[in-house]
Design a protein around this ligand. Structure first.
Ligand SMILES: *Cc1c(COP(=O)(O)O)cnc(C)c1O
Length: 360
Protein backbone atom coordinates (compact mmCIF):
# COMPACT_ATOMS: atom_id res chain seq x y z
CA UNK A 1 0.00 0.00 0.00
CA UNK A 2 1.34 3.41 -0.98
CA UNK A 3 0.91 6.32 1.38
CA UNK A 4 0.12 8.94 -1.24
CA UNK A 5 0.35 12.60 -0.26
CA UNK A 6 -1.83 15.19 -1.97
CA UNK A 7 -0.84 18.70 -2.95
CA UNK A 8 -3.79 20.89 -3.83
CA UNK A 9 -3.76 23.07 -6.95
CA UNK A 10 -4.43 26.80 -6.49
CA UNK A 11 -6.62 26.94 -9.54
CA UNK A 12 -8.37 24.26 -11.60
CA UNK A 13 -8.49 24.25 -15.39
CA UNK A 14 -11.63 24.74 -17.41
CA UNK A 15 -12.90 21.44 -18.82
CA UNK A 16 -12.69 21.16 -22.64
CA UNK A 17 -15.67 20.72 -24.98
CA UNK A 18 -16.54 17.00 -24.89
CA UNK A 19 -17.48 16.95 -28.56
CA UNK A 20 -14.06 18.07 -29.66
CA UNK A 21 -11.60 16.23 -27.42
CA UNK A 22 -9.40 14.59 -30.05
CA UNK A 23 -6.59 12.43 -28.67
CA UNK A 24 -3.90 13.64 -26.25
CA UNK A 25 -4.76 17.33 -26.58
CA UNK A 26 -5.85 18.06 -22.99
CA UNK A 27 -4.38 17.07 -19.63
CA UNK A 28 -6.11 17.11 -16.26
CA UNK A 29 -5.33 19.16 -13.13
CA UNK A 30 -3.19 16.60 -11.33
CA UNK A 31 -0.49 13.99 -11.96
CA UNK A 32 0.96 11.13 -9.92
CA UNK A 33 4.71 11.16 -9.24
CA UNK A 34 6.99 8.76 -7.34
CA UNK A 35 10.79 8.72 -7.19
CA UNK A 36 12.99 5.66 -7.07
CA UNK A 37 16.55 5.95 -5.74
CA UNK A 38 19.20 3.26 -5.77
CA UNK A 39 19.59 1.85 -2.27
CA UNK A 40 16.34 3.45 -1.13
CA UNK A 41 13.66 2.12 -3.50
CA UNK A 42 10.42 3.97 -4.24
CA UNK A 43 9.87 7.13 -2.20
CA UNK A 44 7.41 10.00 -1.83
CA UNK A 45 4.36 8.86 -3.82
CA UNK A 46 2.36 12.03 -4.49
CA UNK A 47 -0.53 13.49 -6.42
CA UNK A 48 0.47 17.04 -7.34
CA UNK A 49 -0.74 19.76 -9.72
CA UNK A 50 -0.01 18.89 -13.37
CA UNK A 51 3.11 20.87 -14.31
CA UNK A 52 6.34 20.70 -16.35
CA UNK A 53 9.25 18.88 -14.73
CA UNK A 54 12.83 20.21 -14.72
CA UNK A 55 15.36 18.29 -16.83
CA UNK A 56 19.12 18.49 -16.43
CA UNK A 57 20.56 18.51 -19.98
CA UNK A 58 22.59 15.43 -19.04
CA UNK A 59 19.48 13.55 -17.89
CA UNK A 60 19.98 9.90 -18.90
CA UNK A 61 16.66 9.39 -20.66
CA UNK A 62 17.38 12.26 -23.08
CA UNK A 63 20.47 10.46 -24.36
CA UNK A 64 19.89 6.73 -24.04
CA UNK A 65 16.07 6.51 -24.08
CA UNK A 66 15.61 4.38 -20.98
CA UNK A 67 11.86 4.85 -20.82
CA UNK A 68 8.76 2.64 -20.61
CA UNK A 69 5.06 3.43 -20.64
CA UNK A 70 1.54 2.02 -20.51
CA UNK A 71 -1.77 2.99 -22.09
CA UNK A 72 -5.18 2.32 -20.53
CA UNK A 73 -8.52 4.08 -20.05
CA UNK A 74 -11.21 4.97 -17.52
CA UNK A 75 -14.80 4.80 -18.79
CA UNK A 76 -17.94 6.51 -17.48
CA UNK A 77 -21.08 4.38 -17.46
CA UNK A 78 -24.58 5.71 -18.10
CA UNK A 79 -25.40 5.35 -14.40
CA UNK A 80 -22.37 7.46 -13.45
CA UNK A 81 -19.86 4.79 -12.38
CA UNK A 82 -16.19 5.05 -13.40
CA UNK A 83 -14.63 1.80 -14.67
CA UNK A 84 -11.09 0.64 -15.39
CA UNK A 85 -10.50 -2.27 -17.76
CA UNK A 86 -8.18 -5.10 -16.60
CA UNK A 87 -5.73 -2.65 -14.94
CA UNK A 88 -3.62 -5.44 -13.42
CA UNK A 89 -2.72 -6.58 -16.93
CA UNK A 90 -1.16 -3.20 -17.66
CA UNK A 91 0.61 -3.38 -14.30
CA UNK A 92 2.12 -6.77 -15.12
CA UNK A 93 3.12 -5.74 -18.62
CA UNK A 94 4.77 -2.62 -17.19
CA UNK A 95 6.82 -4.91 -14.94
CA UNK A 96 8.01 -7.04 -17.85
CA UNK A 97 8.90 -3.90 -19.83
CA UNK A 98 10.88 -2.52 -16.89
CA UNK A 99 12.62 -5.82 -16.26
CA UNK A 100 13.87 -5.87 -19.87
CA UNK A 101 14.94 -2.20 -19.71
CA UNK A 102 16.74 -2.69 -16.34
CA UNK A 103 14.38 -0.37 -14.55
CA UNK A 104 12.74 -0.79 -11.12
CA UNK A 105 9.45 -2.73 -11.10
CA UNK A 106 6.44 -1.06 -9.54
CA UNK A 107 4.52 -3.69 -7.52
CA UNK A 108 1.23 -4.57 -9.30
CA UNK A 109 -0.90 -3.36 -6.37
CA UNK A 110 0.99 -0.06 -6.14
CA UNK A 111 0.61 0.54 -9.88
CA UNK A 112 -3.14 -0.10 -9.72
CA UNK A 113 -3.43 2.03 -6.57
CA UNK A 114 -1.58 4.98 -8.15
CA UNK A 115 -3.83 4.86 -11.23
CA UNK A 116 -7.00 4.39 -9.18
CA UNK A 117 -6.28 7.21 -6.71
CA UNK A 118 -5.39 9.66 -9.47
CA UNK A 119 -8.54 8.80 -11.44
CA UNK A 120 -10.55 9.17 -8.22
CA UNK A 121 -9.17 12.69 -7.69
CA UNK A 122 -9.93 13.50 -11.34
CA UNK A 123 -13.36 11.80 -11.56
CA UNK A 124 -14.96 14.94 -12.99
CA UNK A 125 -12.52 14.73 -15.90
CA UNK A 126 -13.88 11.38 -17.12
CA UNK A 127 -15.99 12.58 -20.06
CA UNK A 128 -19.60 11.44 -20.34
CA UNK A 129 -20.34 11.95 -24.06
CA UNK A 130 -20.84 8.66 -25.99
CA UNK A 131 -17.62 6.69 -26.55
CA UNK A 132 -15.37 9.27 -24.90
CA UNK A 133 -13.00 8.19 -22.12
CA UNK A 134 -10.14 9.28 -19.88
CA UNK A 135 -6.86 8.02 -21.32
CA UNK A 136 -4.33 6.99 -18.65
CA UNK A 137 -0.61 7.17 -19.36
CA UNK A 138 1.69 5.67 -16.69
CA UNK A 139 5.41 5.94 -17.54
CA UNK A 140 8.90 5.70 -16.08
CA UNK A 141 12.27 7.07 -17.12
CA UNK A 142 15.90 7.46 -16.03
CA UNK A 143 16.11 10.87 -14.40
CA UNK A 144 19.70 10.96 -13.16
CA UNK A 145 22.04 13.41 -14.95
CA UNK A 146 25.00 11.33 -16.12
CA UNK A 147 26.54 10.65 -19.51
CA UNK A 148 27.47 6.99 -19.99
CA UNK A 149 25.27 4.07 -20.97
CA UNK A 150 24.21 2.38 -17.75
CA UNK A 151 21.23 1.88 -15.51
CA UNK A 152 20.43 4.91 -13.35
CA UNK A 153 20.41 5.76 -9.66
CA UNK A 154 17.25 7.86 -9.97
CA UNK A 155 14.02 7.09 -11.85
CA UNK A 156 10.65 8.81 -11.94
CA UNK A 157 7.38 6.90 -12.16
CA UNK A 158 4.51 9.14 -13.24
CA UNK A 159 0.88 8.93 -14.33
CA UNK A 160 -0.89 11.58 -16.39
CA UNK A 161 -4.49 11.67 -17.66
CA UNK A 162 -6.05 12.99 -20.85
CA UNK A 163 -9.77 13.09 -21.72
CA UNK A 164 -10.10 11.69 -25.25
CA UNK A 165 -12.83 11.69 -27.86
CA UNK A 166 -14.42 8.83 -29.69
CA UNK A 167 -11.91 7.30 -32.08
CA UNK A 168 -14.71 6.93 -34.62
CA UNK A 169 -17.10 9.87 -34.34
CA UNK A 170 -18.96 8.53 -37.40
CA UNK A 171 -18.81 4.81 -36.59
CA UNK A 172 -16.11 2.25 -37.42
CA UNK A 173 -14.09 3.26 -40.46
CA UNK A 174 -11.74 0.97 -42.44
CA UNK A 175 -8.08 2.03 -42.77
CA UNK A 176 -5.51 1.57 -45.55
CA UNK A 177 -2.43 -0.41 -44.56
CA UNK A 178 0.94 -0.75 -46.28
CA UNK A 179 3.05 -3.88 -45.71
CA UNK A 180 6.58 -2.65 -44.87
CA UNK A 181 9.21 -4.83 -46.54
CA UNK A 182 12.51 -3.15 -45.54
CA UNK A 183 12.28 -1.61 -42.11
CA UNK A 184 11.36 -3.71 -39.09
CA UNK A 185 9.86 -2.78 -35.73
CA UNK A 186 11.41 -5.41 -33.50
CA UNK A 187 13.59 -8.53 -33.51
CA UNK A 188 13.72 -11.64 -31.36
CA UNK A 189 15.91 -10.86 -28.35
CA UNK A 190 15.15 -7.16 -28.64
CA UNK A 191 12.47 -5.07 -26.96
CA UNK A 192 9.43 -5.87 -29.13
CA UNK A 193 7.39 -7.23 -26.22
CA UNK A 194 7.90 -4.05 -24.18
CA UNK A 195 6.25 -0.67 -24.41
CA UNK A 196 9.49 1.30 -24.45
CA UNK A 197 9.85 4.69 -26.12
CA UNK A 198 12.67 3.54 -28.39
CA UNK A 199 10.41 1.08 -30.22
CA UNK A 200 8.22 3.96 -31.32
CA UNK A 201 11.04 6.35 -32.24
CA UNK A 202 12.37 3.78 -34.69
CA UNK A 203 8.95 3.17 -36.24
CA UNK A 204 8.22 6.76 -37.28
CA UNK A 205 10.13 6.68 -40.58
CA UNK A 206 8.15 3.73 -41.97
CA UNK A 207 4.94 5.40 -40.79
CA UNK A 208 5.78 8.63 -42.62
CA UNK A 209 6.76 6.77 -45.80
CA UNK A 210 3.46 4.87 -45.74
CA UNK A 211 1.55 8.14 -45.28
CA UNK A 212 3.35 9.61 -48.30
CA UNK A 213 2.02 6.69 -50.37
CA UNK A 214 -1.51 7.38 -49.13
CA UNK A 215 -1.72 4.71 -46.41
CA UNK A 216 -2.52 5.41 -42.80
CA UNK A 217 -0.35 2.75 -41.13
CA UNK A 218 2.27 0.07 -41.59
CA UNK A 219 1.91 -3.69 -41.29
CA UNK A 220 5.13 -5.02 -39.72
CA UNK A 221 6.73 -8.29 -40.71
CA UNK A 222 9.05 -10.15 -38.33
CA UNK A 223 12.56 -8.77 -38.07
CA UNK A 224 14.40 -12.05 -38.71
CA UNK A 225 12.84 -13.48 -41.91
CA UNK A 226 10.70 -10.46 -42.96
CA UNK A 227 8.09 -13.09 -43.59
CA UNK A 228 5.72 -13.52 -40.64
CA UNK A 229 3.00 -11.00 -39.86
CA UNK A 230 3.46 -9.25 -36.53
CA UNK A 231 1.55 -6.01 -35.93
CA UNK A 232 -0.14 -3.03 -37.56
CA UNK A 233 1.25 0.34 -36.45
CA UNK A 234 0.84 0.30 -32.67
CA UNK A 235 -1.84 -2.35 -32.71
CA UNK A 236 -1.97 -6.12 -32.74
CA UNK A 237 -3.53 -7.52 -35.89
CA UNK A 238 -6.03 -10.30 -36.59
CA UNK A 239 -7.23 -11.93 -39.80
CA UNK A 240 -10.30 -14.02 -40.47
CA UNK A 241 -9.44 -16.61 -43.09
CA UNK A 242 -11.99 -19.21 -44.12
CA UNK A 243 -13.93 -18.68 -40.90
CA UNK A 244 -10.95 -18.94 -38.52
CA UNK A 245 -8.93 -16.23 -36.79
CA UNK A 246 -5.15 -15.80 -37.03
CA UNK A 247 -3.00 -13.50 -34.88
CA UNK A 248 0.73 -13.43 -34.15
CA UNK A 249 1.86 -15.10 -30.89
CA UNK A 250 2.48 -12.54 -28.13
CA UNK A 251 3.68 -13.48 -24.69
CA UNK A 252 4.44 -11.41 -21.62
CA UNK A 253 8.18 -10.95 -21.25
CA UNK A 254 9.32 -12.40 -24.56
CA UNK A 255 9.26 -12.22 -28.33
CA UNK A 256 8.89 -9.33 -30.74
CA UNK A 257 5.13 -8.74 -30.54
CA UNK A 258 3.50 -6.57 -27.87
CA UNK A 259 1.04 -8.63 -25.80
CA UNK A 260 -1.99 -6.33 -26.04
CA UNK A 261 -4.73 -6.32 -23.42
CA UNK A 262 -7.24 -5.79 -26.24
CA UNK A 263 -5.75 -8.72 -28.19
CA UNK A 264 -6.08 -11.02 -25.19
CA UNK A 265 -9.66 -9.86 -24.57
CA UNK A 266 -10.63 -10.37 -28.23
CA UNK A 267 -9.18 -13.90 -28.21
CA UNK A 268 -11.23 -14.75 -25.11
CA UNK A 269 -14.39 -13.25 -26.63
CA UNK A 270 -13.83 -15.08 -29.93
CA UNK A 271 -13.26 -18.45 -28.24
CA UNK A 272 -16.31 -17.95 -26.02
CA UNK A 273 -18.35 -17.51 -29.20
CA UNK A 274 -16.96 -20.70 -30.71
CA UNK A 275 -14.36 -19.28 -33.11
CA UNK A 276 -11.11 -21.12 -33.67
CA UNK A 277 -8.18 -18.76 -32.94
CA UNK A 278 -4.67 -19.57 -34.15
CA UNK A 279 -2.25 -17.68 -31.88
CA UNK A 280 0.74 -19.96 -31.34
CA UNK A 281 4.30 -19.90 -32.66
CA UNK A 282 3.55 -22.95 -34.85
CA UNK A 283 0.54 -21.28 -36.44
CA UNK A 284 2.26 -18.02 -37.41
CA UNK A 285 0.84 -16.51 -40.56
CA UNK A 286 3.33 -15.55 -43.28
CA UNK A 287 2.79 -12.78 -45.79
CA UNK A 288 2.71 -15.50 -48.50
CA UNK A 289 -0.12 -17.33 -46.69
CA UNK A 290 -1.98 -14.05 -46.47
CA UNK A 291 -1.50 -13.24 -50.16
CA UNK A 292 -2.63 -16.76 -51.07
CA UNK A 293 -5.73 -16.53 -48.88
CA UNK A 294 -6.61 -13.16 -50.43
CA UNK A 295 -6.13 -14.54 -53.93
CA UNK A 296 -8.39 -17.51 -53.23
CA UNK A 297 -11.05 -15.21 -51.78
CA UNK A 298 -10.64 -16.72 -48.30
CA UNK A 299 -9.39 -13.57 -46.54
CA UNK A 300 -12.67 -12.38 -45.07
CA UNK A 301 -11.72 -9.78 -42.47
CA UNK A 302 -8.64 -7.99 -41.21
CA UNK A 303 -8.44 -5.67 -38.22
CA UNK A 304 -6.07 -4.08 -35.72
CA UNK A 305 -6.73 -4.21 -31.97
CA UNK A 306 -5.60 -1.75 -29.28
CA UNK A 307 -6.80 0.36 -26.36
CA UNK A 308 -7.07 3.61 -28.32
CA UNK A 309 -9.31 2.44 -31.18
CA UNK A 310 -10.47 -0.95 -29.76
CA UNK A 311 -10.86 -2.27 -33.35
CA UNK A 312 -9.44 -0.75 -36.48
CA UNK A 313 -10.93 -2.55 -39.49
CA UNK A 314 -8.51 -2.84 -42.40
CA UNK A 315 -10.08 -1.83 -45.71
CA UNK A 316 -7.05 -1.93 -47.99
CA UNK A 317 -3.83 -3.97 -47.72
CA UNK A 318 -0.92 -3.36 -50.12
CA UNK A 319 2.36 -5.23 -50.49
CA UNK A 320 5.16 -4.14 -52.85
CA UNK A 321 2.91 -1.32 -54.11
CA UNK A 322 0.14 -3.77 -55.13
CA UNK A 323 -3.24 -3.88 -53.40
CA UNK A 324 -4.18 -7.47 -52.57
CA UNK A 325 -7.10 -6.91 -50.20
CA UNK A 326 -9.79 -4.33 -50.74
CA UNK A 327 -12.88 -4.53 -48.61
CA UNK A 328 -14.53 -1.25 -47.70
CA UNK A 329 -17.23 -2.91 -45.60
CA UNK A 330 -16.91 -3.61 -41.88
CA UNK A 331 -16.87 -7.38 -41.37
CA UNK A 332 -19.47 -8.91 -39.05
CA UNK A 333 -16.84 -10.32 -36.68
CA UNK A 334 -15.03 -6.96 -36.44
CA UNK A 335 -18.33 -5.23 -35.68
CA UNK A 336 -19.36 -7.89 -33.14
CA UNK A 337 -16.01 -7.61 -31.30
CA UNK A 338 -16.19 -3.81 -31.27
CA UNK A 339 -19.77 -3.78 -29.97
CA UNK A 340 -19.13 -6.45 -27.33
CA UNK A 341 -15.88 -5.02 -25.94
CA UNK A 342 -17.03 -1.38 -25.91
CA UNK A 343 -20.32 -2.61 -24.39
CA UNK A 344 -18.42 -4.18 -21.50
CA UNK A 345 -16.05 -1.23 -21.11
CA UNK A 346 -18.82 1.38 -20.90
CA UNK A 347 -20.94 -0.86 -18.68
CA UNK A 348 -23.73 -1.38 -21.24
CA UNK A 349 -23.27 -5.16 -21.39
CA UNK A 350 -22.89 -7.69 -18.61
CA UNK A 351 -19.21 -8.18 -17.76
CA UNK A 352 -19.19 -11.97 -17.77
CA UNK A 353 -15.41 -12.14 -17.67
CA UNK A 354 -15.01 -9.88 -14.62
CA UNK A 355 -12.78 -7.50 -16.55
CA UNK A 356 -13.98 -4.14 -15.26
CA UNK A 357 -12.96 -2.61 -11.94
CA UNK A 358 -14.99 0.23 -10.46
CA UNK A 359 -13.14 3.30 -9.16
CA UNK A 360 -14.97 4.16 -5.95
C1 LIG B 1 0.05 -0.70 -26.94
C2 LIG B 1 0.33 -1.52 -28.15
C3 LIG B 1 -0.55 -2.51 -28.60
C4 LIG B 1 -1.93 -2.71 -28.04
O1 LIG B 1 -1.96 -3.03 -26.68
P1 LIG B 1 -3.29 -2.82 -25.85
O2 LIG B 1 -2.93 -3.28 -24.50
O3 LIG B 1 -4.35 -3.62 -26.48
O4 LIG B 1 -3.60 -1.35 -25.92
C5 LIG B 1 -0.15 -3.32 -29.66
N1 LIG B 1 1.03 -3.15 -30.26
C6 LIG B 1 1.89 -2.19 -29.88
C7 LIG B 1 3.20 -2.07 -30.58
C8 LIG B 1 1.57 -1.34 -28.81
O5 LIG B 1 2.40 -0.37 -28.45
Amino acid sequence: MLNIRFEKADKLKEKPDQNNLGFGKYYTDYMFVMDWFKGKGFTDPRIVPYAPIPFDPACLVLHYAQETFEGMKAYKTEDGRTLLFRPEMNARRFQTSNERLCMPQVPVDDFVQAVTELVKVEKDWVPTAPNTSLYIRPFMFAYQPKLGVHDAEHYLFMVILSPVGSYYPEGLKPVKIYVEEDMVRAVTGGTGFTKCGGNYASSILAQIEAEKKGYSQVLWLDGVHKKYIEEVGTMNVMFKIDGEIYTAPAELGKGSVLPGVTRDSMIKLLRSKGYKVHDTEEERLSIDDLLKAAKEGKLEEAFGTGTAAVISPIGVLAYKDKVFFNNEKIGPVSQMLFDTLTGIQWGRLKDEFGWTVEVK
